[in-house]
Design a protein around this ligand. Structure first.
Ligand SMILES: Cc1cc2nc3c(=O)[nH]c(=O)nc-3n(C[C@H](O)[C@H](O)[C@H](O)COP(=O)(O)OP(=O)(O)OC[C@H]3O[C@@H](n4cnc5c(N)ncnc54)[C@H](O)[C@@H]3O)c2cc1C
Length: 568
C-alpha cells in the first residue's frame, strides 16, 4: 500500500496545524503525528506568546520594531534580522487571528488581551492565558484543523525522509497501532517535528521531543544550522525538570541564594530576574558552583520565591504552576519558595531554512522548533517560540502553495518504494538477534550531553562528549529491541529514533567544539568573549562521508540593527 498527498505535514503541534489550516482549502493535506496532535509538546507551553499590541498602559508605545530589536539583541546578534522583522510584524495579526478563532486569552479589565513582562523584552508584550497558553492555542488550532477536514494519521511515526537528487519524494511512516510500514508519496513535505530536548538528561521537554525530524533531514543530506545553540531554562523544578514558567518572574517572582540575596543584582542590575534566559541560567549555575545554593536529596538548587505575590495573584495568574509544585514535590508556592535548577529547554538550531521555510531540498520545508530560520540566533527570548510556530507555520503554507501553483509537481513513487524496502530490512535486523538495549545507549548519550555540553563548555569536555557519541554510535550497530512484536512497540520506535538522536547530538557537540567564542547560550570557559570578527556567522552541518558532521558557515543577515554589547 502506498498513500499519496499533495502536502504531507509531519507534526501536529502549532506549526504543523497552522500550515495545514492555511493549505486545506486548495490541497489534499495530511498530518502525521506520533501522538494525538493535542499531545504535541506545544500543549505544555505555559507563559505566553509575544506581540506588540500596544493595548496596555505600560506598552502604549510598543512597536514591532522594538520587538524586533529586543529579539535581535536577545539573540546576541546571530538572528537573521529580515526574518525577525517578518515575525514581529506578523505577530499582532497572528494573535488577533487566534483570538477570532476562539482562543481564550486572559484579559485586562477593559476586555483587551492581557500582556505580561517576559525576559529580555522592553515592554509587557507576552499575551497569555493564565499559565496554560500552549494548551489553549493548540486546542484552538486543532479544532480549526478538524473543521477543515484535514486527514490525520495519528500514532504513526516517520522512520525516514525520502529524497533523491536534491528533491524530496515523501516519507516512510510506521503505523504504531497496526504495526505496519506505510510509504507516503507527497508532492511537498513539511517537517514541523519540534525540538530535540531529550538528547539531554535534564530537560523540560516531553519524552516525544527526540529531534528525530532534524536527524532524518540531516541524514537525507539536508543541511542543519547553528546546532551548538541549546537553550537552558533557568527554572526547572528540582528532580523532575518540569518547567516553572518565566511568567513566575514576569509576575514578580524573585530568585534567592542561600544568603537570601536576590543575586541577579550582580549579573543584570537593571533587568534582574527578567534578563534573558542565557544570562539568568549562567548566573544560577555560577551561584551553585560557588557554593551559594541550597542542598536537597535531589541536587543543589536555588529558590524561586513567589510568596510576596500573594495568594490571590498566584491563584489567578499561576494556578497550574502551584498545582505542579503541590503534586510533584509537595510544596505550595503560596507558603514556600520553589526549589529550581536550570535545565535544557529549547532547540535554537535546526533544519536550515530561509524566511519562507524552504530548505535546500526541493519540495521539502520545515517550520517551528525543528527549523532554524533563524529568528532566535544564539538565544531565544521567552514567548517568541509560540509566535514563531504560528507565523512560520502560516508562511510555510504560503510558500508551499506558491510552489505547487507554479510547478507541475509529480510525486515519485519509485524512490519511496525503494526506500520502504530498505527500512523493512532495517526493522527486521532490529527485532531479531541479540545485542545492547537501546535505553542504555540513550541514557549514556543524554548524560554525556548534560554533563559535557551544558551551560558552561570547555574544549576537553566537548572532545570527551564527541568521543562518547562516536562510541555509542558504534555500539548502536548492534542494538536490539526486546520484543519482535510490531504492534504498539514503543521500544522499536525509540530505537529507530535513537539513531537520529545520536546524529543530532553529534552535530551539537562538533558545533560547540568548533565555535571558539561565547555567544548567547553557547558559553566557552576557554573563550569567554563574543568574537564578531571570526564568528558572526551561522554554522551549517552536513553529514560527511565518514558519518560525522562537516561544518561550514553561512552569513548572518543584518538589516538595521548593528551588533552591540549586550547589557541588561
Ligand atoms: C514546558 C514548555 C513550556 C514552554 N512554554 C513556552 C511559552 O510559554 N512560550 C513560548 O513561546 N514557547 C514556549 N515553549 C516552547 C514552545 O512550546 C515550542 O517551541 C513549540 O510549541 C514547538 O511547536 P512545534 O509545532 O514546532 O512542535 P511540537 O509542538 O513539539 O510538535 C511536534 C510534533 O511533531 C510530531 N513528531 C515529531 N517527530 C515525529 C516523527 N518522527 N514521526 C511523527 N511525528 C513526529 C509530534 O508528534 C508532534 O505532533 C515551551 C516549551 C516547553 C517544553
Amino acid at each position: 500500500m502506498m498513500l499519496h498527498h499533495d502536502v504531507l505535514i509531519v507534526g501536529g503541534g502549532l506549526a504543523g496545524l497552522r500550515a495545514a489550516v492555511g493549505l486545506s482549502k486548495k490541497y489534499d493535506v495530511a498530518i502525521v503525528s506520533k501522538v494525538h496532535p493535542i499531545r504535541s509538546h506545544s500543549i505544555a507551553a505555559q507563559g505566553g506568546i509575544n506581540a506588540s499590541l500596544a493595548n496596555n498602559p505600560d506598552g502604549r508605545d510598543d512597536t514591532c520594531e522594538k520587538h524586533a530589536f529586543d529579539t535581535i539583541k536577545g539573540s546576541d546578534y546571530l538572528a537573521d534580522q529580515h526574518s525577525v522583522e517578518i515575525m514581529c510584524k506578523e505577530a499582532s495579526e497572528i494573535v488577533y487571528e487566534m483570538e477570532h478563532w476562539g482562543c481564550p486569552f486572559s484579559r485586562f479589565p477593559d476586555g483587551t488581551i492581557a500582556q505580561r513582562p517576559f525576559g529580555g523584552g522592553g515592554y509587557p508584550r507576552t499575551c497569555y492565558s493564565t499559565d496554560i497558553t500552549g494548551h489553549v492555542l493548540l486546542n484552538t488550532l486543532y479544532e480549526r484543523a478538524v473543521s477543515k477536514r484535514i486527514k490525520f494519521y495519528q500514532e504513526w511515526y516517520i522512520v525516514a525522509l525520502v529524497t533523491d537528487n536534491g528533491r524530496c519524494g515523501g516519507v516512510i511512516a510506521f503505523d504504531l497501532v497496526r504495526g505496519k510500514i506505510i510509504p507516503i508519496a507527497a508532492k511537498t513535505t513539511l517537517f514541523a517535528t519540534g525540538g530535540y530536548g531529550r538528547v539531554y538528561f535534564h530537560s523540560t521537554n516531553a519524552l516525544i521531543n527526540t529531534g528525530s525530524g532534524i536527524g532524518m533531514a540531516y541524514k537525507a543530506q539536508v543541511p542543519i544550522k547553528d546546532m551548538e545553540f541549546v537553550q537552558f531554562h533557568p527554572t526547572g523544578l528540582i528532580g523532575t525538570n518540569i518547567l516553572m514558567t518565566e511568567a513566575c518572574r514576569g509576575e514578580g517572582g524573585y530568585l534567592l541564594n542561600n544568603k537570601n540575596e536576590r543575586f541577579m543584582e550582580k549579573y543584570a542590575p537593571k533587568a534582574m530576574e527578567l534578563a534573558p534566559r542565557d544570562i539568568v541560567s549562567r548566573s544560577i549555575q555560577t551561584e551553585i558552583e560557588e557554593g551559594r545554593s541550597f542542598e536537597h536529596a535531589l541536587g543543589k538548587y536555588i529558590k524561586l520565591d513567589l510568596r510576596h505575590l500573594g495568594e490571590k495573584k498566584i491563584l489567578s495568574k499561576l494556578p497550574g504552576i502551584r498545582k505542579i509544585c503541590i503534586d510533584f514535590i509537595g510544596i505550595d508556592p503560596i507558603i514556600e519558595p520553589i526549589p529550581i535548577m536550570p535545565c535544557q529547554h529549547y532547540s535554537m538550531g535546526g533544519i536550515d531554512t530561509n524566511e519562507k521555510c524552504e530548505t535546500e531540498m526541493k519540495g521539502f520545508y520545515a517550520a517551528g522548533e525543528c527549523a532554524c530560520v533563524s529568528v532566535h540566533g544564539a538565544n531565544r527570548l521567552g514567548g517568541n517560540s509560540l509566535l514563531e510556530t504560528i507565523v512560520f507555520g502560516k508562511l510555510a503554507g504560503l510558500a508551499i502553495d506558491e510552489y505547487l501553483t507554479n510547478n507541475d509537481v509529480k510525486a515519485d513513487e519509485k524512490i519511496v518504494q525503494d526506500r520502504k524496502d530498505e527500512i523493512e530490512k532495517k526493522i527486521i535486523r532490529l527485532v531479531s538477534g541479540s545485542g545492547e538495549k537501546p535505553f542504555i545507549l540513550q541514557t549514556e548519550l543524554a548524560k554525556t550531553m548534560s554533563r559535557n555540553v551544558g551551560i558552561f563548555r570547555k574544549k576537553e569536555e566537548i572532545v570527551e562528549a564527541i568521543n562518547n557519541i562516536i562510541n555509542i554510535k558504534e555500539r548502536y550497530r548492534n542494538v536490539c529491541v526486546s520484543s519482535p512484536s510490531r504492534h504498539m512497540n514503543y521500544e522499536l520506535m525509540n530505537t529507530i529514533e535513537l539513531e537520529y538522536m545520536l546524529e543530532v547530538a553529534h552535530t551539537i557537540a562538533v558545533g560547540a567544539h568548533q565555535r571558539e567564542e561565547s555567544r548567547g547560550s553557547h558559553y566557552r570557559r576557554d573563550f569567554t568573549k563574543r568574537d564578531d570578527t571570526q564568528w558572526m556567522k551561522h554554522t551549517i552541518a552536513r553529514i560527511g562521508e565518514g558519518g560525522g558532521p562537516v561544518i561550514t558557515s553561512k552569513e548572518v543577515t543584518i538589516t538595521q540593527y548593528q551588533p552591540m554589547e549586550r547589557i541588561y
